[in-house]
Design a binder for this molecule. Sequence first.
Ligand code: CUA
Length: 245
Amino acid sequence: MALSSIVPLAGISCDYPLNYALGFQDPASNFMYAIVDLHDRIIFFLIILLVIVAWTLISSLLNSDHMALLNHNNTIELIWTITPAGILWAIGLPSLNLLYLMDEVLDAEITVKAIGNQWYWSYEYTDYEAPIAFDSFMIDEASLEIGDQRQLEVDNSLVLPVNTSIRILVSSNDVIHSFAIPSLALKVDALPGRLNSLGLIINRPGQFYGQCSELCGANHGFMPISLKAVTIPSYINFLEANVEA
Ligand code: CUA
C-alpha cells in the first residue's frame, strides 16, 4: 500500500474513500467545513473528558483514599451531574444551529433534479429552454481504467459549476434511495412521489463521489453518484455540448 493512500499528499484533495483512512473526506462546501470543524472541536473535549474519567476511575480503584473521597460525596455528585448536562448543551446548540442552516435553500441560480431509479440515477437540468436529461450508470469493474475508483465511477457524471448557488431536487421513480456526497455534506432521501430540496455551493473544482445511502434492493451498492464540479465557462461548454446532442 502506497503511503499516499494513508496520508494524502499536501495540496492534493481527498475526494474519495481511502484505505485505512480515519477522518472525513476533504470538504468542498462551506457546510462540510463547518461539520468537520464541529466534529474536531467535540473530539478535542471528548479526549480531555476521556482522560479525566479514566484517571478518576483507575485511581479510585487502585487507591482506597480516592475511593473514599468519591463515595457518598454530594459535591462531587453534583459536579458530575451538572457538568455533563452543560456539555450536552455545548454540543447540541451548535449542531442544531448547523442543521437548520443546512436546511435553508437560498435563492438558487441553477436547479437540477436527481432522481433515483433501481439501480441508477437520472439527472435533469430544467432551467433551460431545451432541458437536459441523462441517466448515470456505474461503470463495471471490467471496464475501469487506471486511476478510476472502483464502484464509484459512472458513465455520465452530474456536472455543476463552482461558486454558484445550486438547488438540487431529489426524488425517486420506484423505491426509497438516498442521494449522498460526503465531501459536499449532502445526504437526502429520494422518496417516490415527493420532492426534497437541498442547497449547495461548491467551493472548488473536482470530482466528487457518493453512494446511494438507503438500502434499495439488490444493486443498492452499485448506483454511485459522481459529481464533477467545474468552472463556469466549462459548465457552459457542457450545456452547449449536451443541447446539441
Ligand atoms: Cu438506491 Cu440504495
